[in-house]
Design a protein around this ligand. Structure first.
Ligand SMILES: NC(=O)c1ccc[n+]([C@@H]2O[C@H](COP(=O)([O-])OP(=O)(O)OC[C@H]3O[C@@H](n4cnc5c(N)ncnc54)[C@H](O)[C@@H]3O)[C@@H](O)[C@H]2O)c1
Length: 454
């Protein structure tokens, strides 16, 4: 059976935290599991709008986080719990480990104890979000409601206790997507379509999607901060800073991998869905380069697959898993010749999701909504500066091998953060120094620093 439901307890101490090394082995996705959730009570509503006791029970509601045990998902789950939300996690552990649940639970309990606040609920279901069991899960978290209209006609309908969905689950390796594109389209696009159909059925319309800066394609080659209006999915009127109205048309070039296309297609689907049904409130968050981890050092990035992002590769070089860092290109038009990226602390990314959920709630009842937001720091860091940031906290040199530019790479990719600041009220709190310090703390807590070859 692939599920368990667990409430957080405040009795555990942080000392019992598990480091995020692999503790469990994944089993094949199981579609025949049983859901241990609360049975759906029957609620009766009448035309006066009195919905029984449900509206008096805000703590009855959950945020569903799909892919919630992965790198960004786990930090977002932790932030949601710290903010007092009940969380329902769905993850098939294809790129994560179950001990992450344990650590989230303990860190939350410790936080709540310190603040003297009640501990929210945390439920976990080990489940492929594309499996038929998802329907059963959504049903479990719904109340069956009898509606009586003015003529006395009775109809049965579901009212979900899921107040919002954050969808992280996807395959994410650019390189792998080139060799197994169907696997990527199946998980990242087909899965999304079925999920949206199911959510509609259960009346769940508050949706946050994990997108990526990769959707900007060749726009990144222009070397300017990337703005959300650089990629739209439907014609839009945009008012620029000088007050001029600009007609934006959907158009993209230079999507360089099947992975990039899955994110682009997913956004386009979400924009169409929101345009067709005004009940939806959908935000696509375009992440730049999430790095770092929770300062406790007990939550970080522990993928099952091969690490491909710069910082995880750097830590692997430091801990001896890789001999050196390959730097692709030393002749970019940047301050030290290496490529510039926009690194953003994963906790800032996590907080962006909470701002997006609130944005959706504010947008409720205001017609159809689909909105994109960049989550980046707005600052560019060169590859060499990133290397130096980790060398400084680890007190070691990182060996480098200079190689040529890779096809499809761009010299600079930095976010404009204007829209997220203005509309979400979100701004990054951490900088690259903090990212490196937190990441190194995670490596040390996992005992990996003792593997360093001097
Ligand atoms: N990490 C980055 O640099 C980055 C940048 C831009 C966008 N993104 C996007 O953000 C999201 C999260 O990224 P991440 O770095 O946390 O990835 P991750 O691989 O660490 O997390 C994804 C989680 O989803 C789970 N999952 C995958 N397919 C699933 C399925 N079918 N059913 C249930 N669970 C499934 C995995 O087990 C994993 O726990 C992804 O959609 C990714 O494409 C990530």
């Amino acid at each position: 059976m692939g599920s368990y439901v667990d409430s957080l307890t405040s009795s555990s101490s942080p000392a019992s935290l598990a480091t995020s090394s692999p503790l469990t082995t994944p089993e094949p996705s199981d579609d025949g599991f049983e859901i241990d959730g609360t049975p759906s009570p029957l609620v009766v509503t009448n035309p006066t709008g009195d919905n029984g006791n449900q509206e008096n029970c805000p703590n009855d509601e959950f945020i569903l986080v799909i892919g919630g045990l992965g790198y960004i998902g786990s930090h977002t789950v932790l932030e949601l719990l710290r903010e007092g939300h009940n969380v329902l996690v769905v993850d098939n552990l294809s790129n994560s480990y179950e001990n992450v649940m344990h650590n989230i639970r303990i860190l939350t309990a410790s936080h709540c104890k310190q603040k003297g606040v009640p501990v929210p609920l945390l439920h976990f279901h080990r489940l492929d979000y594309r499996s038929r069991s998802m329907r059963l899960l959504l049903e479990t978290y719904s109340n069956l409601v009898m509606e009586i209209d003015a003529s006395g006609q009775q109809t049965m309908t579901y009212r979900s206790r899921i107040a919002g969905v954050i969808h992280f689950a996807a395959h994410k390796s650019v390189v792998e997507s080139i060799t197994t594109p169907l696997q990527y389209y199946q998980n990242n696009v087909c899965g999304l379509v079925s999920l949206l159909q199911m959510l509609e059925k259960y009346g769940i319309y508050n949706f946050i999607f994990s997108s990526s800066a990769t959707v900007y394609g060749a726009k990144a080659n222009e070397g300017l901060p990337l703005r959300e209006q650089d990629l739209v999915h439907h014609p839009e009127q945009h008012i620029d800073q000088a007050g001029h109205s600009i007609a934006l048309q959907p158009s993209v070039t230079g999507l360089s991998s099947p992975y990039a296309r899955t994110k682009y297609f997913a956004e386009a689907i979400l924009a169409d869905v929101a345009a067709a049904n005004p009940a939806w409130r959908i935000v696509a968050l375009r992440y730049f380069n999430p790095v770092g981890c929770d300062p406790s050092g007990f939550l970080g990035e522990s993928p099952r697959g091969e690490a491909t992002n710069l910082y995880p590769v750097l830590t692997q070089v430091l801990t001896g898993t890789r001999p050196r860092l390959d730097v692709f290109g030393s002749d970019w038009a940047t301050r030290d010749g290496t490529a510039i990226r926009d690194f953003i602390h994963v906790l800032d990314v996590a907080r962006g999701h909470i701002s997006a959920l609130a944005w959706n709630e504010r947008a409720e009842g205001q017609g159809s909504s689909f909105r994109t937001f960049n989550l980046g720091s707005g600052n560019g860091t060169t590859v060499l500066e990133a290397v130096q940031s980790l060398e400084a906290v680890a007190g070691r040199k990182i060996p480098i091998r200079w190689t040529g530019r890779r096809p499809g790479d761009v010299g600079s990719c930095v976010a404009s953060t204007e829209r997220a600041r203005a509309e979400l009220g979100w701004s990054p709190r951490e900088n690259i120094v903090q990212c490196a310090a937190d990441l190194w703390n995670f490596v040390r807590k996992a005992g990996l620093d003792s593997m360093i070859k001097v």
